[in-house]
Design a protein around this ligand. Structure first.
Ligand code: G6Q
Length: 550
């Protein structure tokens, strides 16, 4: 593909931005009372209001022309049909097959992958049913009460976020725990809460070579064997989710307790596969299937809806608009739903690991910004913390507000207040408060002219800060599935426009290799001198300050 910055549609948008930067959001609304109706979309149970953005119908057309010029529809077709879209690792990225509900075959290297996908789902169903109904027992015959998911990155963030998001649907007897950090405190503090007789460890690792996960799993196994359990009991208490059956059996987990997936499932896209087992244990297989069906509905929409009404493409184009033409380097995710409290962290990996790239597919350097920094916390907490900077700081921070309208825990006026805060924030970010409005407000509360003049600069708000608002009726397995798939496809559409590969992660691989060699040096305990002065100094100082020095 041609370098996107050389496309005439790109240059056209750059010129258009100059004009748009002179019109405020307030003016857009004053000029067009149809704006809310014009800039809204709906798909798979998700409603998007994107009217509070620096766009007109002309902007929208120009953005759509860019998506056309970058072949976004053809790239979606390539993704869904199993073409090699992960060009550096030479493989497809077929997470959509894991939630596919149709009857067509999906081919990888001449073989339909759907029978294997369905087979793993069936085995997951049998296993989760047995654990949930209590017929799967631990080594003393008691039903399982605690599940500990040991994994990291894509083998942790997705299941953790989704188990938290769907907590109201959780099985009453099962407490779910997640251990990811190689810091022993994570495992030790978790093990203090559980009993070896009734604990099931799910070791989740696509490669089954990840240092943190294997170290945590080894220590969990030793803790288990330090109880009255024997080696033969391991089979009742350890299951593995992986693509690497040899490493799973070498570790000592019976492959009957292994749920497989395939190298065409990327780590951060693996929640829909066996990596979703912990979620399925928590909410049950029927609800896990509803979760898959929500994602499938969004996939169908992403692939088939015209660009102009395509939800993920619209969100992607807005990110490109702000990131590349307005110089906005970050993107705030503000879910107004406590159950989505890990959603921003999950999206951080999804978007930053996927689109944190500096070269095009052909290896040539990019000439524009790629993936923005994604961050956030649930509302209303964020309002009492960093929203100050979003309102009055010097950076432009496009924000996605996400609101589940119906609470799963209706309680007095709580939900009304939550909604009110969500809508008030996006309004305030857009409208701001000018000197006249401030003066009128302050006069009403009895302030003197001197005081108004003294505080005017501090208390006026420029406003003009863009946001999207996404609404769902209620946070259910189905809507969560659709919401996650929406962002997955948004990330893909951005990558399609930037002509980068969203499916590799060489930076993560580098980290894994680097830690290995320094670990060997720490174990060796001798003074090191082969790194730069700072790294040598830190290692040597750490050796001296601990009892690790030889
Ligand atoms: C995800 C990344 C990364 C990966 C972890 C864990 O896309 O590749 O976050 O998920 O490094 O890897 P394993 O599942 O192989 O242990």
């Amino acid at each position: 593909m041609k370098n996107p910055v050389e496309l005439e549609q790109w240059r056209d948008l750059a010129e258009h931005q100059e004009k748009m930067s002179r019109i405020t959001l307030r003016e857009h609304f004053a000029n067009d009372n149809q704006r809310f109706d014009t800039f809204q979309l709906q798909a798979a149970g998700i409603f998007l209001d994107f009217s509070k953005n620096h766009i007109t119908q002309e902007t929208h057309k120009k953005l759509l022309a860019l998506a056309e010029a970058c072949d976004v529809p053809a790239k979606f077709n390539a993704l869904f049909s199993g073409e090699i879209v992960n060009t550096t690792e030479q493989r497809p990225a077929l997470h959509s097959a894991l939630r596919y509900q149709g009857s067509e075959p999906i081919m990888v290297e001449g073989r339909d992958v759907m029978p294997d996908v369905r087979d793993v789902l069936k085995r997951m169903g049998q296993f989760t049913d047995a654990v949930r109904d209590g017929s799967w027992t631990g080594f003393t015959g008691k039903p399982i009460t605690d599940v500990v998911n040991i994994g990291i990155g894509g083998s942790d963030l997705g299941p953790l976020m989704a188990v938290e998001a769907l907590a109201p649907f959780a099985h009453e007897r099962l407490s779910i725990h997640f251990v990811s950090n190689v810091d022993g405190s994570h495992l030790v503090s978790t093990l203090k809460k559980v009993n070896p007789e009734t604990t099931l460890f799910i070791v989740a690792s696509k490669t089954f070579t990840t240092q943190e996960t294997l170290t945590n799993a080894q220590s969990a196994r030793s803790w288990f064997l330090d109880s009255d359990a024997t080696e033969a009991d391991v089979a009742k208490h350890f299951a593995a989710l992986s693509t690497n059956s040899e490493a799973v059996s070498a570790f000592g987990i019976n492959t009957d307790n292994m749920f497989g997936f395939w190298d065409w499932v990327g780590g951060r896209y693996s929640l829909w596969s066996a990596i979703g087992l912990t979620l399925a244990l928590s909410i049950g297989m029927k609800r896990f299937e509803q979760f898959l069906s929500g994602a499938y509905e969004m996939d169908q929409h992403a692939q088939n809806a015209p660009l102009a009404t395509n939800l993920p493409v619209t969100l992607a184009l807005l990110t490109v608009w702000y990131n590349n033409f307005w110089g906005a380097p970050s993107h705030l995710i503000a879910p107004y739903d406590q159950y989505l409290h890990r959603f921003p962290a999950y999206l951080q990996q999804l978007t930053m690991e996927s689109n944190g790239k500096s070269v095009h597919h052909d290896g040539t350097p990019v000439e524009m910004a790629t993936g923005p920094v994604v961050w956030g916390e649930p509302g209303t907490n964020g309002q009492h913390a960093y929203f100050q900077l979003v309102h009055q700081g010097t950076h432009l921070i496009p924000t996605d507000f996400i609101m589940a309208l119906e609470s799963l825990n209706p309680l007095g006026i709580h939900q009304e207040l939550l909604m009110a805060n969500c809508f008030a924030q996006s309004e305030a970010l857009m409208m701001g408060k000018n000197a006249e409005e401030l003066s009128a407000d302050m006069k009403l509360s009895g302030a003197s002219d001197d005081e108004i003049a003294r505080l005017s600069g501090h208390r006026t708000f420029q406003g003009n800060r863009p946001s999207n608002t996404l609404l769902v009726q209620q946070l259910t397995p189905k809507t969560l599935g659709a919401l996650i798939a929406l962002y997955e496809q948004k990330v893909f559409a951005e990558a399609a426009i930037w002509d980068i590969n969203p499916f590799d992660q060489w930076g993560v691989e580098l980290g894994k290799a680097l830690a290995k060699s320094i670990h060997e040096e720490i174990q060796g305990g001798s003074t090191v001198d082969k790194h730069d002065a700072s790294t040598n100094g830190l290692i040597n100082r750490a050796l001296k300050m601990t009892n690790l020095q030889a």
